[in-house]
Ligand binder design. Structure first.
Ligand code: GLN
Length: 454
C-alpha cells in the first residue's frame, strides 16, 4: 500500500468520525496528501525510514508551520505557526505524514478534554464518557483508528491518563529526552512530549524519531541515541516488579484494582517477581503539583498579551484595557484559575510558604522513587483510579478532576519515564490502564515489559 492510499483511508475515516468524536481541531487534506506523495517518492528512491509515509496526528500544542496551532484555546484560535516544533521537524525528516492537529484541554490544563475552546472530545468506547485529558483528541484518534499513532504531552499525566481511558498505549519519556522546542509551554519543568499508539512496538518506533538532543531546549539532554526497539523480544525472567503500597488503596475503584491485579498476575506467569515498595509521599503529589504547575503556568502564559500574536479583544480603551480584555476573553475558566493560583503562590509573603515548601517536597518525592528502585527494576500500578467518567460528571468540581491524576503526577515531579498500557476493561466495559514506571532512561526496558504482555 502506498502512503497516499494509506493517508486517503485515514483521512476519510477521520472526516467521517470527527463530527461525532471531535478528536481533531484541524484536518487539512491537501497538505497531508502532499506529504504522502513526497513520502512515496522517498520510498521509490529506496531511502525510506521506518515511519516514512505513516500518518501521525499531532497534538495541537506542537507548533506546526503553516498549520493552525491553537493549544485548545481561543487565545490562539487565529495562530498559524510560522515554524515547526522540534518534534514536528523530526517526524517530517523521518518522512511521516501529518494527518491533522488533535483536540486537547486548553493549554493542556485538564483531565477530561472538557476545557477545550473547541468543545469536548468523546470516548470512542462509549460516547457518553470523556476520553481523558489533556491529550484526549490524540487518544481518541488512535483508539477510533482515525490515525495509526499520535503525539501527546504529559505534565501531570496527560499522555498516560487519556491512553488508559481510551484503551491505547502512551509513553511519557524521561524529562529532557524529547525537545520542548515549539511545544507550547504549560509548566516547563514538568512538560514532556511523547508517543501514543496501539502497541509498545509502535511507541518504540516513534520514540526513535522523537528523542534526541536539541540545542534550542536548554533542558534537552545530550546522550547517545538509542534504538528503543532493541530489547522488545527479550524475556522478562527475573524482572523485579515493585508494587507501591500507596497505589493499591481503597481510593482505587474495585473494577480498576481487579484489572490491574489480573495484569500483574500475568507478569508473574511471564517470569517476573513482585515486591512491595513504598512511596510514602504519594498523598502529597496532587497538592504539590497544584502549587508548582500553576506557578510555572502563570509565568509562561504572561506572553499572551494580545500584542504580537494570538487573540486581541476587538474593542478597548487603552493599552492596559487591551491586555485585560484580550486575556479575559481569550482564556477559559480553568486557565484563569491556574493563573490566579500561580501568581498567588509566587507573590511576596506567600512564596516561602507555598512555592518553596512545594519545591522541597518535590525533592522528597523524587527520593522516594530512588529508594524504591533499590528494591525493584520497574514499578507497576493503576494509571487512573477510575475508568473513564461521564462527560460533565466532574467538570464543575476541580478537586475531583485533579484527583484523576493522583497516580501519574509524582512521575513528572521526579522527571521519571512512565507509560500506560491497556489492561482489560472495568465498569461499563470501559478500558483500564496499567501504569509502568521506570527508572531514569529505562524506556527500552519499559517498552520490553509492555511488549511482552501485549
Ligand atoms: N490533568 C493535569 C492538569 O490538569 C495534567 C495535565 C497535563 O499533564 N498536561 O494539570
Amino acid at each position: 500500500i502506498s502512503s497516499v492510499e494509506l493517508t486517503v483511508e485515514f483521512l476519510k475515516r477521520s472526516r467521517a468520525l470527527n463530527s461525532d468524536y471531535n478528536a481533531f481541531i484541524t484536518l487539512d487534506e491537501e497538505t497531508s496528501l502532499a506529504q504522502a506523495r513526497a513520502a512515496d517518492t522517498i520510498v521509490a528512491s529506496g531511502e525510506a525510514q521506518p515511519l516514512t509515509g505513516i500518518p501521525i496526528a499531532q497534538k495541537d500544542i506542537f507548533c506546526t508551520r503553516g498549520w493552525l496551532t491553537t493549544c485548545g484555546s481561543r487565545m490562539l484560535s487565529n495562530f498559524i505557526s510560522p515554524y515547526d516544533a522540534c518534534v514536528v521537524e523530526r517526524f517530517n525528516s523521518a518522512g511521516a505524514v501529518n494527518i491533522g492537529k488533535t483536540n486537547m484541554d486548553e493549554f493542556a490544563m485538564g483531565s477530561s478534554n472538557e476545557t477545550s475552546f473547541y468543545g469536548p472530545v468523546k470516548n470512542p468506547w462509549d460516547t457518553s464518557a470523556v476520553p481523558g485529558g489533556s491529550s484526549g483528541g490524540s487518544a481518541c484518534a488512535v483508539a477510533a483508528r482515525m490515525a495509526p499513532a499520535a503525539t501527546g504531552t504529559d505534565t501531570g499525566g496527560s499522555i498516560r491518563q487519556p491512553a488508559a481511558l481510551c484503551g491505547i498505549s502512551g509513553l511519557k519519556p524521561t524529562y529532557g529526552l524529547v525537545s520542548r522546542y515549539g511545544m507550547i509551554a504549560f509548566a516547563s519543568s514538568l512538560d514532556q512530549g511523547g508517543p501514543m499508539a496501539k502497541s509498545a512496538e509502535d511507541l518504540a518506533l516513534m520514540l526513535n524519531v522523537m528523542a534526541g538532543f536539541d540545542t534550542r531546549d536548554s533542558t534537552s539532554l545530550q546522550r547517545e541515541p538509542e534504538d528503543y526497539t532493541r530489547d522488545l523480544e527479550k524475556p522478562l525472567e527475573g524482572l523485579r516488579i515493585g508494587l507501591p503500597k500507596e497505589y493499591f488503596v481503597k481510593e482505587i475503584n474495585d473494577d480498576v484494582a481487579l484489572a490491574v491485579e489480573a495484569a500483574i498476575a500475568e507478569y508473574r506467569k511471564l517470569g517476573a517477581k513482585t515486591v512491595e515498595v513504598s512511596l510514602p509521599n504519594t498523598r502529597l503529589s496532587v497538592p504539590v503539583y497544584y502549587v508548582l504547575a500553576p506557578a510555572e503556568a502563570s509565568s509562561n502564559l504572561s506572553r499572551f498579551d494580545g500584542v504580537r500574536y494570538g487573540y486581541r479583544a476587538p474593542e478597548y480603551a487603552d493599552l492596559n484595557d487591551m491586555y485585560q480584555k484580550s486575556r479575559a476573553q481569550g482564556f477559559g475558566a480553568e486557565v484563569k484559575r491556574r493563573i490566579l493560583i500561580g501568581t498567588y503562590v509566587l507573590s511576596h509573603g506567600y512564596y516561602d510558604a507555598y512555592y518553596i515548601q512545594a519545591q522541597k517536597l518535590r525533592r522528597l518525592m523524587a527520593l522516594d522513587f530512588t529508594e524504591a528502585f533499590k528494591l525493584c527494576d520497574i514499578i507497576m500500578g493503576p494509571t487512573s483510579p477510575t475508568v473513564a467518567f461521564d462527560l460533565g460528571e466532574k467538570s464543575s468540581d476541580p478537586v475531583q478532576m485533579y484527583l484523576s491524576d493522583a497516580y501519574t503526577i509524582a512521575v513528572n515531579l521526579a522527571g521519571l519515564p512512565a507509560m500506560s498500557i491497556p489492561a482489560g476493561f472495568g465498569k461499563n466495559n470501559r478500558p483500564v490502564g496499567l501504569q509502568i514506571i521506570g527508572n531514569y532512561f529505562a524506556e527500552a526496558q519499559m517498552l520490553k515489559v509492555a511488549h511482552q504482555y501485549q
